[in-house]
Design a binder for this molecule. Structure first.
Ligand code: 5GP
Ligand code: MG
Length: 186
């Protein structure tokens, strides 16, 4: 694992996986983020909203490290990526059920790219008038164009590459890789 190769090969002909962020480094960073988040809210109750399915692993690792009383809410959006690796139109699959009026909200997603996804969820949350609403993403792509929204906490800034693993997929696959890898054309 430390030699830059990952156990899983690519399931897509013509593509290969290259290690970007090994699992131990992810875990260290998630622990540091949890400490920072805890410092802001102290022991005030929180509603943590995770964006499925990409934030699955990040959300569960982060939740395990947050010590304040909290509620977990899941929303699902699809960005029609499929075999595409570029941002495209987004669609709600499962909307928010919780009432967050007067509560502290933390929105958690895997990666901030164009910012369309976070902007869409934030609009829905803010309509309910929460006490506060902050965002935490594991990855943020360094792209030429500014994202629609910025995140309050970022795990790792990364280059404008397409990544998989640790919950992130390509065409439905690779979510179960414990590391983050770049999916690149051979
Ligand atoms: P945005 O709406 O900010 O353009 O993109 C955010 C969503 O697109 C993320 O929640 C994620 O699901 C998906 N996404 C963006 N970049 C990548 C990437 O490099 N790899 C994967 N697997 N998904 C991505
Ligand atoms: Mg997503």
């Amino acid at each position: 694992m430390s030699n830059g190769r990952i156990g899983h090969g690519s399931s897509h002909p013509g593509y290969e996986l290259a290690m970007l962020i090994p699992r131990a480094e992810i875990q260290r960073r998630v622990a540091a983020l949890a400490r920072r988040i805890h410092r802001i809210y102290d022991n005030q109750p929180l509603v943590v909203i995770g964006v499925m399915s990409g934030a699955l692993f990040f959300l569960s690792d982060l939740l395990r490290r947050l010590e304040q009383p909290l509620q977990v809410e899941l929303v699902t959006l699809r960005s029609y990526r499929g075999k595409s690796t570029k941002p495209s139109k987004i669609q709600w699959i499962h909307r928010m059920q919780a009432d967050v009026a007067g509560k502290h909200v933390l929105l958690v997603d895997d990666i901030l790219d164009s910012g369309q996804t976070l902007a869409t969820v934030l609009r829905t949350i803010r309509r309910q008038k929460p006490l506060s609403c902050r965002t935490c993403v594991l990855l943020r792509k360094e792209r030429a164009e500014k994202p629609k929204v910025e995140a309050d906490w970022i795990g790792f800034p990364i280059a404008d590459v397409f990544v998989v693993g640790y919950g992130l997929d390509f065409d439905g696959l690779y979510r179960n890789i414990p590391d983050i890898a770049v999916l690149q054309q051979k």
